[in-house]
Each structure stands twice: as C-alpha cells, then as structure tokens.
Design a protein around this ligand. Structure first.
Ligand code: M6R
Length: 616
C-alpha cells in the first residue's frame, strides 16, 4: 500500500526521505517520488519546489536523484501502489498543481475524484496523470489565497474517501501540512526537526517520540514544533507517545529476508505474548484485565470474529478454540463480507476484531459497524497506536514486534496465542474446563516457545523437500478442525510469495468436488494433528495418492500412523492436539519461503501485494 514520508529540519531532506521510503518498501509499491523545497533549486533564487519521481524500485529514483541533485531541508516523499492509473513516472506521487508550486502525496482513495476532475477541468485545469490524487493538488490550488492551511481545509470539505495527505507549498517553505482520515499517519517529534510517515518504522532512526493523528485532525509541522488543529481550525493539545521498538527490530539482523527472520522470531514472540498474561497466585492463571475480562463476560451468548487474510485464519482457529474450550457459539467472517451483509447484532455479543497492522480498511469498517451495535469490541493487534487500537473498546496486543515481510508469520502465531488465552479463560469462567484442565493447557502454552525453537532447528528438512517440489504449479492443503484452519493459512502463504496455485480444503470436502483436480502434478500437504480423526485423514490421503498426488504429511514427531501412506512426513514436536496450530503452521511458512526463494521471487515484497491494505 502507498507509503508517505515528510521531513522538515536542518538536514538535507533528500537522503532522509529516501531512507525513510526504504523503510516503507515492505508495504508494497510500484513507483516512488519526492518533492523538495530548497533555496535556489532550479529557479535560481528564493525557495523553489522540485519533484523527482520514477516508476519501479526505489533505486530508479535514487539513480535519478544522483544525476539531478536537489537540495533543501524540507520535503515530502511517497511510494505508490497503483490503484487509479498504471504504474508510471507520471502517475507517481508527488502530484503538483499547474504552476508546480504546491505538491501533495496521498495514501488512500479519493472516491469522488471523477466529479472533482470534471469541475476542475471546467475551471481550466489540464490533468497530467490518471490518478485520483492529482485532483487534490489542483483543488488546493483552486482554494489557495496565500494560506496553505486554509486551502487544505477547504479541500477537505470537498473530498470524499480515505486519505492520509501531506502538502508542501513553495510560498510557505517553513511548514508541511498533514491530514488523515481512515488511513494511517504518524508524526515524529525530533529535536530541531519533525517528520511524518505512514508508520513508525521510518521514524525510529530520528526519534522515538511520536504523535498519533486522529481522523479529521490537521498537523502543521515546522522545524521546531508541530501544531494540531481540528477541521474547524481550533487548536488541539496533543501529547507524544514513546515507541518502545528499537531500530534493530526493524532490520534484517543477518537473515537473508525479513520473512525468514520473522519466522525465526516466533519462539520469542510467542513467549512475549504469553508471558504478559500468565500470573501466579496460588496457582497459575490467565490474566486478561486489559480486555476487561470479568464475570460480566458470562452474559455473552455469542462471540463474533471479523478480520482479513491471515488474521481471518487466526479467527477461524479462534472459532474452533472457543467452541472447544468455552462451548460458546462463534461466528467468524471476513471483514469485507461482514461489513456489507447486514449482520444481525446483539448487544450481548463479544466482538473480536483481529488485525496485525490495525489499519486494514475492511477490518476497521467492520469494527465501526459492530461498535454501533453496542456490543463489546475487543481488538487483537500488533501495532500500538494503530487506528484499531485507538478506536476499539479494549485492546489485546500481540507482542510480536514489527512485522515487515508482507507475508504474515509471527503476527499469525501470536494472534493465535491471544485467541487461545481468551478461549481458555472464557472456558474456565463458563465452567467448561476446570482448574486442572486450565493448568494443563497453560503449561502446554508455556512449553510452545521451546517446541517452536526445536521445530525451526529442522528447517533444512523442509528446505530439501522444497528443492524437490518448488516447480509444482498446484498444491492442495487439507486437514480437519484445527488442521483445516491451518491449511487455509498454509495455502495463502504459498500463493502470496511462491505464486503457486494453492488451495485449502476441509479434508472431508475433497470428494465433493476438488478431487477432480488431483493428478500426478499435484502436491497435497495433509496436516494431521487431530488424533481422533487420523483414520479419516488416512482415507483422504489414500484417495489423493490413488490419483497420483505426491503427499507430504505434517504430524507429531512420535507418530508413525502415516509413515506408509505418505511420500514424506515432516514431524513437529508434540503438544496438546487443540493447541497444534501454533506449531503446525511453521513448516508451511518455511515451505512457502523456500519455494519463493527457489523460484527467484522476493518473499518480502511479493508482486501485487501490500503489507497494509488501507483501501477497499
Ligand atoms: O494487518 P492485517 O492483519 O489487518 O492484514 C490483513 C491481511 O491483509 C493480511 O493478513 C494479509 O493476508 C497478509 N499478506 C497475509 O500474509
């Protein structure tokens, strides 16, 4: 998704902005650009605004800047993920007004851009690009009467949609103006310099003190201060928040890719996410004060979970876990469906909204709809200060640290840890599980980080298997119950980064249609950790083997059940069957990673995908 950066201070802005844009590369982009305000740029005298942009990787922009040097100590920058108009130099941001004195960068979508374009054309504007964003530059110009702030405010009254926007104006070199609505934007408060960015990662090199902008707020950045206003231009007092992530957490630390690093960080991420919630009184217990867990939860008659992509898969595991441990009905739905399907609410429902970034447009829309129903909203998110974290009633953080790779790994397993903690605590409250059962499960959860470590030590087995299979163009993942949920996530991983056509099936569904697709070219990964259903899985494996498929079974390390049926068995350390997803997904993450690398792809930045999907 598009990334925005901005800088105003005493340093040369170009390297700061390019460096910051590099930190946002993981969000996915297809072109990049900067606009710098500096004395004497091109115009020869006074401050002038210069824009450089280039289609493709950031290095194209860097090459252009190296030969067409621009100087200046303030500016804005952008990585573009095309929505309106193909990736091209001209469609890249920043966009400017006709005279080139006002520049804007934008993340989001201006929904009424066509109408505005028509209006601006009638007033004599000629558009250069096919983007929705360019209307914003011309609108600001249209309203500009010597005060950028007022022109931006007038523009905000006209535009509809989602946006994080930053503006600079040649006539007002001392300030940058930034606004947001339904798209992320963070402000870094430095010493003698201030910055903006779509998330905190580019800011960490300069400052840990950040301001989170709320929807509808306007920030005016000067070199030595930041002022905040509401839409009516009334000043707002804001306090900085301290970001605890350190810079190295957002770097590769010796790993070839962020994804591989993040896969390896799972033992620690699981431990961190769990540790904060286990308390020892007379015995060990789960403490969920942060989400207001108390006896009133017993009134709930249903849990509703909504999320997108991997986070939705965590929700599917959550459904199985809550039904198993707490015997409470659970609806789980992708947020893009939930928001449009006129769902039935009950104020006694408990909503769990899951999102790594806390900025996914559909997920936020689902959360806002659910909130109107009066139900209790619990957010599970990884990003402190994200929109979801700020708008939900209660927040449970996944302590995974920054997840940079587009394909989610440690965020998923830590989301699982959170839903299991809720399910177990809820089950205990509802007297479905007794003290002994709770203690047994807590102990098993505590054992998981070490088991994940041990599993990762066998990664070469998966690498060798991938070396034999990566050319396969068709892969099916199948399982039952928790293993079905993990199959969904496994198939998504392989699609996203290896670009292999992969599908997930509830194993029992195979013979109702999908088995027609199975032939000698098919890889079937059978996830088999639900002991009570081994016989059923064995039959399914035989059915696909009989049609020529190659079968990899993922099962417990001490389990021999599938040795003769499978072509290959990958063994994972033993834990309790219902807790298996936090381990059984790891081989699939590794398999997808190795296939991606062997196919010559960049697993951190897969084609067409963005880390944080802030538009519909
Ligand atoms: O930030 P979120 O968890 O809300 O993101 C949801 C999905 O966009 C995300 O999980 C996506 O499916 C990932 N690329 C999966 O690896």
């Amino acid at each position: 998704m598009c990334g925005i950066v901005g800088y105003i201070g005493e340093e040369e802005a170009t390297p700061v902005l390019v460096n910051a844009l590099k930190k946002l590369e993981y969000r996915g982009y297809d072109s990049a650009g900067i606009a710098i305000l500096g004395p004497g740029n091109e115009a020869g005298a006074g401050h002038s605004l210069v824009v450089r942009k280039a289609k493709g990787a950031l290095k194209n922009l860097e090459q252009r800047i190296a030969t067409e040097i621009i100087r200046g100590t303030s500016g804005i920058g952008h990585t573009r993920w095309a929505t309106h108009g193909e990736p091209s130099d001209v469609n890249s941001h920043p966009h400017t007004n006709v005279s080139g004195k006002i520049a804007v960068v934008h993340n989001g979508i201006i929904e009424n851009h066509a109408k505005l374009k028509e209006m601006l054309r009638e007033s004599g504007v000629t558009f250069k690009s096919q983007t929705d964003t360019e209307v914003v530059a011309h609108l600001v110009d249209y309203f500009y009467k010597g005060d950028l702030f007022e022109a931006v405010r007038a523009t905000l009254d006209r535009i509809e949609g989602a946006y994080a926007l930053a503006f600079v104006c040649e006539n007002e070199p001392e300030r940058i103006i930034a606004v947001r609505k339904d798209a992320p934007l963070v402000i870094g408060a430095g010493k003698g310099e201030n910055l903006i960015a779509s998330d905190v990662t580019p800011l960490l090199e300069y400052t840990r003190d950040v301001y989170y902008l709320n929807d509808g707020e306007i920030a005016v950045l000067y070199r030595d201060r930041v002022e905040f206003f509401d839409r009516e231009a009334r000043p707002i007092e804001k306090k900085t928040s301290r970001v605890e992530w350190d810079v190295s957490a957002a770097e590769k630390g010796g790993y070839e890719h962020f994804m591989l690093k993040e896969i390896h960080e799972q033992p620690k991420a699981l431990a961190d996410t769990l540790r904060a919630r286990i308390k020892t009184y007379a015995t060990k217990t789960i403490n969920l004060e942060e989400i207001g867990f108390d006896a009133s939860w017993a009134q709930a008659s249903r849990v509703v979970i909504s999320a997108c992509g991997t986070a939705w898969h965590a929700g599917v595991v959550g459904k199985y876990a809550l039904e198993r441990f707490a015997r409470i009905p659970v609806d789980v739905d992708v947020a893009s469906e939930f928001r449009y399907r006129d769902p039935i609410y009950d104020p006694k429902d408990i909503f769990i909204i899951i999102s790594q970034s806390g900025e996914t447009a559909d997920t936020l829309a689902a959360m806002r709809m659910a909130k109107k129903s009066g139900a209790r909203i619990i957010a599970i998110t990884n990003v402190v200060g994200s929109t979801l974290a700020r708008e939900a009633d209660l927040v449970m953080y996944t302590w995974a640290g920054p997840e940079i790779a587009v394909a989610s790994t440690k965020a998923f397993t830590t989301q699982l840890m959170c839903v299991y903690l809720i399910a177990l605590k809820f089950g205990h409250l509802r007297k479905v599980i007794d003290d002994a059962e709770l203690a047994k499960n807590i102990e098993a959860l505590e054992g998981l980080p070490a088991l994940a470590e041990r599993l990762l030590a066998q990664k070469e087995d998966i690498q060798r298997f991938a070396a034999r299979q990566f050319h396969k163009t068709k892969a099916f993942f199948m399982g039952r119950l928790f293993d079905y949920a993990v199959s969904l996530e496994s198939a998504l991983k392989l699609k996203e980064i290896a670009y292999t056509h992969s599908e997930a099936f509830a194993a029992g569904e195979l013979k109702h249609g999908p088995i027609a697709l199975v032939d000698e070219s098919t890889l079937v990964v059978a996830i088999c950790t639900q002991t009570a259903l081994f016989d059923k899985m064995d039959s399914n494996i035989k059915e696909v083997k009989a049609r020529g498929a190659t079968v990899l079974v993922i099962t417990w390390e001490d389990e021999k059940y599938f040795d003769s049926a499978a072509d290959e068995v990958f063994r994972i350390p033993r834990t309790l069957d219902p807790l298996s997803p936090m381990l059984s997904v790891i081989p699939s993450q590794l398999y997808a990673y190795y296939c991606s690398v062997m196919r010559g792809n960049d697993p951190d930045k897969p084609r067409n995908l963005a880390k944080s999907v802030t538009v519909e």
